[in-house]
Write a protein that binds this ligand. Structure first.
Ligand code: DON
Length: 557
């Protein structure tokens, strides 16, 4: 035994570096923060697989990008195992507390109370991210959860330098944060936005992460942390109970799939609308040769496809555990052909002319995405969120956990717009224990030669961004191109094309306006797409991080 040990030691000493290097899997990781990307590689380095790396990236983003996602939020993890082609989606979306009810954000006159579903304790739904990480690690990972959480615990304990993006988003939510001293103490310096590159340490969050590492889901959903979460939320006017936390469960769901010109699309199933809306829009577009159309017509067709697919989102989609949805119909190619029959090449169809009424209810920029693929083709696309920047602005004392404001993703009232201007009806009405409809769209594309893994934050605009990137993939372009595509967006209501400065030329604007489109330039460039690609033939890996953000894309071992 000892001899064998010595021999192994000798071999690893003499050939050590080269040997270890050759044994490690090459992988591509793109995430919204350099430290999160590094965390993924650190865990691969320890012998972890892409699923362990996904745990590490998710947990590290929760620490280093607190504006976007975190233990107090939720998300979707789309997984693919190459060996047997197994695919699944972990639905770690938050759930409405059991005491939530349909009219909880309305005043006595039945009007929406502005801000109540976005700011503070009532806006916070029961988090799903910690349960999802435990599940991902235990069921699919190779390493113990505690190992995969190490980089996040370190970043929380020792701190990291905050960037400009963090400061900008903090400014956006500063007034809200000042109302919650526990949050202000962590993120502000004497009530002010901290200097760029100052160090943010989150000791309480490190403690909570350690509880998770030591005790698995009970470390968050029962015991000390759970007690503090319930106490903190309720002290601030919330309605959580210990039962809400103890009974939270993630769900594994079959991803939705489609085919666009020979490209297999695998994407998020409900409770996200992302995959269905994406595939429906692509099905509509598959009836046109976009390569032959002139640019204004091409953009018009894409907008009209978005309009119709987002319209169906509004009418039909919500949490599949609560409502029946015509998913098969929405994904059906003949159904898309029917939608094309109302589509004219030279004229916009006003959204009000689309058939179907929003079902009334019976009486009574911020998120994160990362993509990982290894040289065997195992992959994860994950979009995580606490909704608006810094979520509800509320940290439960002693936990370091910033709570989400995802109750706003429900339709508080039929026809009333949420924070992203989305409208909805009964399908997405609030109910106890229900998941609110999401637009998050973690996606795989496979044309037989290349596999793409991609996604982005951006609220309702997530789906249109992934759509534009998928069309760019279909042109044979590389990840760097997909993430840089100039963006335009239509979500049925409001009936307007919103576009990034520079995304439409003056001529395109004139032509689109002449077809009857309303146009509005977005106030800022939006999205933060993270994408990786595997070339099945050459084995080459590529990765790209949106230049609109401060992320990092790396190919390495
Ligand atoms: O789940 C959703 O659709 C939204 N809450 C995502 C929010 C988001 O992407 C914000 N990012 N800018």
């Amino acid at each position: 035994m000892f001899k064998k040990y010595c021999a192994v030691l000798l071999i690893t000493t003499v050939f050590g570096i080269a040997q270890v290097y050759a044994d490690r899997t090459r992988a591509a990781i793109a995430s919204a923060h350099p430290l999160a990307t590094a965390a993924g590689f650190e865990v691969l380095d320890k012998g972890g697989n892409v699923f362990d790396a996904a745990v590490a990236v998710s947990a590290t983003l929760a620490v280093v990008e607190p504006s976007g996602s975190g233990l107090g939020g939720g998300g979707y993890w789309l997984l693919h195992r190459e060996q047997d082609g197994f695919e699944t989606m972990i639905d770690g979306r938050e759930k409405a507390p059991l005491a939530a009810h349909q009219t909880m954000f309305l005043d006595k006159a039945g009007k929406v109370i502005p801000g109540l579903s976005l700011d503070g304790a009532l806006a916070a739904a029961i988090p799903g991210l910690p349960a999802a990480l435990v599940h991902l690690s235990e069921k699919y990972g190779r390493l113990p959860l505690a190992e995969s959480l190490q980089p996040a615990i370190r970043a929380a304990q020792s701190g990291f330098a905050i960037g400009e993006r963090h400061r900008k988003l903090l400014k956006f939510r500063a007034e809200l944060i000042k109302k919650h001293p526990q949050t202000a103490r962590i993120f502000l310096t004497d009530g002010n936005i901290p200097e760029a590159y100052s160090i943010l340490r989150q000791k309480d969050l490190a403690h909570t992460l350690r509880q998770l590492a030591d005790s698995g889901r009970d470390g968050f959903y029962r015991g000390e942390v759970a007690d503090k979460l319930v106490a903190g939320v309720n002290k601030a006017g919330g309605i959580w109970t210990k039962q809400d936390l103890a009974s939270y469960q993630i769900v594994e769901r079959e991803p939705v799939t489609g085919n666009y010109l020979g490209i297999k699309i695998t994407s998020a199933a409900p409770s996200s609308s992302g995959g269905i809306v994406l595939i429906e829009a692509l099905n509509i577009l598959s009836g046109y040769d976009l390569t032959q159309a002139d640019e204004p017509t091409r953009k018009h067709l894409i907008v009209e496809a978005m309009r119709r697919a987002y319209h169906d989102r509004t009418l039909y989609l919500g949490d599949s555990d609560f409502i029946d949805m015509p998913v098969k119909r929405l994904l059906n190619e003949d159904y898309a052909a029917g939608l094309r029959s109302s589509l004219r090449l030279d004229k916009a169809l006003p959204s009000g002319m689309l058939s179907g009424e929003i079902q009334p209810q019976p009486e009574g920029v911020n998120t994160s995405h990362f993509s990982i693929i290894d040289e065997q083709g195992n992959r994860v696309a994950a979009t995580l969120s606490i909704n608006f920047p810094f979520g509800a602005g509320l940290v439960a004392p002693g936990t370091g956990v910033l709570l989400n404001d995802h109750m706003d993703d429900f339709a508080s009232l039929p026809g009333a717009m949420n924070g992203y201007g989305l409208v909805g009806g009964i399908a997405n009405a609030i109910a106890p224990g229900k998941r609110m409809l999401s637009s998050m769209t973690p996606t795989f594309l496979d044309d037989g030669h290349h596999v793409a893994v991609l996604g982005t934050p951006g609220g309702s605009r997530i789906i249109s961004m992934v759509l534009l990137a998928a069309l760019d993939f279909a042109k044979g372009h590389e990840p760097d191109s997909w993430v840089q595509v100039p963006r335009f967006h239509h979500q049925f209501m409001p009936d307007v094309i919103e576009y990034e400065q520079g995304a439409l030329t003056a001529d395109e604007q004139t032509r689109l306006a002449a077809m009857g489109h309303q146009l509005k330039v977005a106030r800022y460039h939006y999205g933060n797409m993270q994408a990786v690609q595997w070339n099945k033939t050459t084995g080459q890996l590529t990765a790209a991080s949106d230049r609109r953000g401060e992320g990092r894309a790396v190919v390495g071992r």
